[in-house]
Design a protein around this ligand. Structure first.
Ligand code: AMP
Length: 213
């Protein structure tokens, strides 16, 4: 049983690392952003309510987000643990999570915000399988096309520069203060997010493997 949080500003590489960790440790990645985008695409009642938040980079209402996570982590595939990606993002969400379960480790990606703007603006995703690429740092084999299923890659609306800057501001104001909360609980480890995809992954694996020693 292992419950992890991957924490850090938007575009810090949480999704990329979460996908890898999920594979390595056999626990599902629970990504609020992905769940929300899926709800928007399917036009579910939640999706209809949440679309404008996603498009503008504002945080969605805590009650909706908490309910979404509660439903997701109660599914059978989460019985051996999970990896939270993009949750919690506010103090209220963190308090609700504390009531829900005990998290083993918070992997806090620390990285310069200007570097993140460059990363986000070049990020491309596969609309079919959710694979993540970057035009400069992690390009697909064939430009603009997913390696796995040949689908045309797209830029997320919330990766546009103006939106990224707004999201970083939201992060600094509403989410970054959670670091203190996790520190008090004693299960936070800082990860140097400037080290490239493999370098960041190695730091995370080391921190996780220490849990079992
Ligand atoms: P992400 O893909 O994790 O960067 O999330 C994309 C967008 O979904 C955010 O900019 C928010 O609008 C919304 N979102 C994701 N996670 C949360 C959360 N925990 N609380 C509120 N809004 C969220």
């Amino acid at each position: 049983m292992m419950k992890l949080i991957i924490f850090g500003p938007p575009s810090a590489g949480k999704g990329t690392q979460a996908q890898r960790l999920s594979k390595k440790y056999g626990i599902p990645q629970v990504a609020t952003g992905d769940l929300l985008r899926e709800a928007v695409a399917k036009k579910t009642p939640l999706g209809v309510k949440i679309k404008s938040y996603l498009d503008t980079g504002k945080l969605g209402p805590d009650d909706l987000i908490v309910q979404l996570i509660r439903d997701r982590v109660s599914k059978p595939d989460c019985k051996n643990g999970y990896l939270l990606d993009g949750f919690p993002r506010t103090m209220d969400q963190a308090r609700e999570l504390d009531k829900m379960s005990q998290v083993d480790l918070v992997l806090n990606i620390v990285v310069d915000h200007e570097a993140l703007v460059e990363r986000a603006v070049g990020r491309r995703i596969c609309p079919k399988c959710a694979a993540v690429y970057h035009v400069k740092f992690n390009p697909p084999k064939k430009q603009g096309v997913c390696d796995k299923d040949n689908a045309q890659l797209v830029q997320r609306e919330d990766d546009k520069e103006e939106t990224v800057r707004r999201r970083l501001k939201v992060y600094s104001e509403q989410t970054a203060p959670l670091v203190e909360h996790f520190k008090k609980k004693g299960n936070l480890v800082d990860i140097d997010g400037s080290k490239g995809i493999d370098g960041v992954f190695d730091q995370m694996v080391r921190a996780i493997d220490k849990l079992h020693k």
